[in-house]
Design a protein around this ligand. Structure first.
Ligand code: CU
Length: 464
């Protein structure tokens, strides 16, 4: 860890043992421990260095979010603008490493900048330069020095490792052999309770691929046989966080997708991560392979269930037919990674011409009733599973985050400017945010209670 004014070198290496990681979590009485679940490891081969800069920002609705500022591997091209949008999202940007890689992660704390988006005063106020304004990135799974753990000195017994408002801090992570799988990262410092601002949106995911490039656990839909899959054959990653939030007053899914085949996006043929926000619709193509990473956050237990598909409990080498499940209990900060072959499962329809929708949801009745669910749409195999980048739909709803997900459809900045111009709203959102509350409050004033408003704006109009 390097700080602007201080540099302390320590040789203490934190053990990977999950017990030591969770010991910190147990300081907070409301969190229960996750069961240990370490996927298989393999010999590390060549390793890459990931140079990552992220920023923590305050959102106008009271939430906080991480955004990717820059990302290069071994000094190559910046991936912001291609793989990463650079916009704040919940969950934060997904960091994808291979076993053996190293990541130098710089966090800039800009959450105190109440000018990030012009709008109403931040509901939590601007934090003062005190301990309570520290923000960090505490990560699970990877190896790091104790001073890179992003907690307070009274927790790590060495030094507080967060960034003050307006400052930055650097962490070093090593995806050592044996760390494969998906891991949570989250703030552990903001506010006085040491849980950090994770409930306010400061959390995200690290995916570590095995050095041998293979995962196990694909269940053959016909025979029930369990097979290996090459990581390179995965079409998309679906990251789904099962969040119980006092801030939102409900339990809800937050999701991202990482699409490895964006050939239909103009100007970008590589990887692309898209924030899907709350209770997202997942788009898949019949027959292609998708990897899910289901993570827990908050203080409640959830049970993930996806209709029409089965998978294995774990994707390590030992997975067999006895490990096949279709529901998985998820406790806070637990992670569960599995793969499925998207299927329309419609044997009666030999043409397989229609899209099928499969529901995923929390199997806890209370949470289901709160709407903790979404759909996986499986398209015919001649259609692609790319998300549209043309147009954006604003839906007013009482579902937290719903209006935000549509604003992140890739045209938010243009929409800001276009709408500000067209409607004459006094909006001056900083580029890359796309969250002008003015639209919402103005629309709400015009709408009768209970009404739904949908604005549909085509990108080609914006470009005229
Ligand atoms: Cu639940």
């Amino acid at each position: 860890m390097k700080r602007t004014n201080t540099m302390i070198i320590t040789t203490v290496i934190l053990s990977l043992a999950l017990t030591s990681v969770f010991a910190f979590e147990l300081n907070n009485n409301k969190i229960t421990t996750a069961t240990s679940e370490i996927p298989f490891s393999a010999e590390a081969k060549s390793s890459d260095t990931h140079n990552i800069t992220m920023e923590a920002v305050a959102m106008p609705d009271g939430m906080y979010a991480y955004r990717m500022v820059s990302y290069n591997i071994n000094g190559d091209d910046d991936l912001v603008g291609t793989q990463y949008s650079g916009k704040p999202s919940i969950p934060g940007p997904t960091i994808i490493l291979n076993e053996g890689d190293e990541a130098n992660v710089t966090l800039i704390n800009s959450a105190c900048d109440n000018n990030f988006v012009d709008g109403p005063s931040h509901p939590l106020g601007v934090p003062t330069f005190s301990e309570t304004s520290l923000i960090g990135i505490h990560v699970h799974g990877v190896h790091y020095d104790i001073t890179d753990d992003a907690t307070y000195s009274r927790v790590n017994m060495v030094e507080s490792s967060g960034a003050q408002c307006g400052d930055e801090i650097e962490y070093n992570w090593v995806a050592a052999p044996g760390t494969t799988g998906a891991w949570p990262y989250h703030d552990h410092m903001f506010s006085i309770n040491e849980v950090g601002a994770e409930e306010l949106g400061l959390f995200g995911t690290v995916i570590i691929n095995p050095a041998n490039g293979k995962v196990n656990g694909l269940v053959d839909g016909q025979t029930g046989e369990v097979k290996n899959v090459k990581v390179d054959d995965i079409e998309k990653e679906f990251v789904l966080w099962m969040v119980s939030s006092e801030t939102l007053g409900r339990s809800i899914f937050y999701g991202n997708e990482i699409d490895y085949d964006t050939s239909d996006y103009s100007g970008n043929s590589g990887i692309r991560e898209t924030a899907l926000w709350t209770n997202p619709n997942l788009v898949a193509t019949d027959g292609k392979i998708y990897r899910f990473h289901v993570m827990g956050l908050g203080d409640e237990v959830h049970a993930f269930h996806l209709h029409g598909h089965r998978w294995t409990e774990d994707i390590h080498e030992k997975a067999s037919e006895e490990d096949i499940i279709d529901v998985k209990e998820i406790v806070p900060l637990q992670r569960h990674t599995f793969i499925v072959q998207a299927s329309d499962n419609d044997e009666a329809d030999t043409t397989h011409d229609d899209a099928e929708g499969w529901m995923y949801h929390c199997h806890i009745t209370d949470h289901m009733e709160q709407g903790m669910s979404g759909m996986m749409s499986v398209l015919p195999d001649y259609q692609n599973d790319d998300l549209p980048i043309v147009g954006a739909t604003f839906t007013l709803s009482d579902e937290p985050g719903l209006w935000m997900k549509t604003l992140d459809a890739g045209v938010a900045d243009e929409l800001d400017n276009y709408l500000a111009d067209k409607i004459g709203l006094p909006i001056d959102a900083k580029d890359g945010t796309g969250f002008p509350l003015g639209y919402i409050s103005d629309a709400l004033e015009a709408a009768v209670p209970g009404a739904g408003l949908v604005f549909l704006i085509q990108k080609d109009i914006l470009l005229q």
